[in-house]
Design a protein around this ligand. Structure first.
Ligand SMILES: Cc1ncc(COP(=O)(O)O)c(C=O)c1O
Length: 501
């Protein structure tokens, strides 16, 4: 019989749970996560390992968590902090008083993806006369451009990158520009390999065609300028480059702010104007939004503000130095192991390596590294580029570098001993032959079970070793990879109904 008074389900307890117990539950859940601190996780988190910084950011977040960015006149504190963040980002990226880009303006967004969607939207809406707009991006551009194109119904023209330099040819970028092109984009640096595109050349061809040029510096925009100051040769990529019309930089990456903050900059206010959305044609408040979200918490903005104020220019320079040295140490470790080779000489904060012809199975190697407490990111083979292992290197890695080399060598030996993943014949045949449309729910469930994914309601959602899953995905063409991942993640995203208070 249904108890009419019992409304608890999932996170909603029936009678309320004491604060300490709730926090204990969260800590217990968190125990299954990858370690966000300690310098052994090479993706997803950016840890400067600065004592007291987490506490400061959390306190600042708390101060402003309930402030709403929806209305800057009601909450001028948030407007002031946003403007200060934009000023800082503009300055770091070659704009502001006394530069060749004195009129830089910008907005704070929730992350790199939102910044890129807005950059594309702004470029699109600057040309209402173009009915079928297009953007040109290198194949190495972040997937968020594809998401932007998809959301905004803008066609994506992808220019291949050279397998040697991992960069696009500016002439090929120029050739891809059509009368309907509203934006040309490039990366500084690319996420996958950490290489800086030829921004000056690409911006020049865009300008010659009268098209906007966006530099996606979401990943490295906060470190490249500091690396340059430390003597690393960094090509021009910011507003000092004529023709660059907008730049994105994520503060929740190398500015080491807690998640939820990126900045989208435009060279001037006229270029930014189409970014805004205003709506007065309803009976409620007139809506005027510079970014995609309407209600926005002040928490991430205040936390980012506190982080920048506390670390300061000198702090970022010191962190960049530590990161640079960690990158050099990790790259040396890779060079020192037979069977591996760097995809590119590191020029920013990424170390990316692949296996040589007689090297180990990379996906098995990734599992062996995980077993040794190193969390790396496997990247699938794509358009002539081999599968690779990506390391996003942050300052917290520096004290760990000496431990990485021996563990890497050991993991390679173990991966060699284990041999490459042998996909069960029927799985391999499926990956090669299936078309995304042919995937039925039954087929997906069978595949997931065969791969040890999805788990039973209380089981682990993913198998401990991912090499088989990665091998299957690697064998599939991108459209099938996408479809399989959507289905697999759909299996993970199931409501929990139980309540045990
Ligand atoms: C170059 C680049 N652009 C955009 C993004 C998307 O950022 P976010 O995950 O904050 O949406 C990333 C994320 O890694 C990135 O590296």
């Amino acid at each position: 019989m249904i108890d009419e008074n019992r409304v608890g389900a999932g996170a909603l307890s029936a009678a309320g749970v004491p604060a300490e117990q709730v926090l204990a539950e969260i800590r217990e859940l968190r125990a299954a996560d990858r370690p966000t601190h300690g310098g052994r996780l090479f993706a997803y988190v950016y840890d400067p390992a600065v004592p007291g910084l987490d506490e400061l950011a959390a306190a600042a977040h708390r101060e402003s968590a309930h402030v709403n960015g929806l209305d800057p006149t009601a909450f001028p504190s948030l407007l002031a902090m946003e403007n200060a963040l934009v000023g800082a980002a503009g300055r770091v990226l070659g704009g502001g008083p006394g530069t060749t880009a004195p009129d830089v303006v910008g907005s704070v967004t929730s992350g790199g993806t939102e910044s890129l969607i807005l950059a594309v939207k702004t470029a699109r809406d600057a040309h209402p006369e173009i009915t079928a707009p297009r953007i040109v991006v290198p194949a190495s551009a972040h997937a968020a451009f594809a998401k932007a194109a998809h959301y905004l119904r803008v066609a994506l023209d992808v220019v291949p990158v050279s397998p040697d330099t991992l960069r696009p040819d500016p002439a090929a970028m120029a050739a891809a520009i059509r009368p309907e092109t509203v934006l040309v984009a490039c990366s500084a640096p690319s996420y996958a390999h950490g290489v800086v595109d030829p921004v000056a050349e690409i911006a020049a061809v865009a300008a010659a065609a009268g098209v906007r040029c966006h530099v996606d510096a979401c990943f490295g925009g906060w470190t490249l300028p500091y690396l340059r100051r430390l003597g690393t040769p960094v090509p021009e990529f910011d507003f000092a480059v004529p023709g660059v019309t907008s730049i994105s930089v994520d503060l929740h990456k190398y500015a080491y702010a807690p998640k939820g903050v990126s900045v989208l900059l435009h060279r001037d206010a006229a270029l930014r104007a189409p970014q805004y959305f205003a709506y007065a044609d309803w009976p409620g408040y007139t809506m005027i939004n510079p970014v995609i979200a309407s209600t926005r918490s002040g928490g991430p903005i205040a936390a980012a503000y506190a982080t920048l104020r506390h670390l300061g220019d000198a702090g970022y320079l010191a962190l960049a130095e530590r990161t640079r040295d960690a990158v050099a140490g990790l790259a040396d470790a890779v060079r020192g192991v037979d069977g591996l080779r760097l995809m590119a000489e590191p020029e920013s904060t990424v170390v990316c390596f692949t296996a040589t012809e007689c090297g180990p199975d990379l996906f098995v190697l990734v599992d062996e590294l995980t077993a040794r407490g190193w969390h790396t990111q496997p990247q699938l083979s794509y358009a002539g580029l081999p599968a690779s292992v990506h390391l996003t290197v942050t300052a917290s890695v520096a004290p760990r570098v000496g431990e990485f080399g021996p563990d890497l060598a050991d993991a390679v030996s173990a991966a060699r001993a284990a041999g490459p993943v042998q996909l069960p014949a029927e799985l391999a045949a499926l990956a090669g032959a299936l078309t995304p449309d042919a995937l039925t729910p039954e087929l997906v469930a069978g595949l997931a079970a065969g791969l040890g994914m999805g788990g039973e309601p209380d089981g682990a959602p993913l198998p401990e070793r991912m090499a088989v899953v990665n091998t299957l995905l690697d064998a599939a063409p991108p459209a099938l990879r996408e479809r399989l991942l959507v289905e697999f993640v759909g299996l993970l995203q199931r409501p929990t109904w139980g309540s045990d208070d």
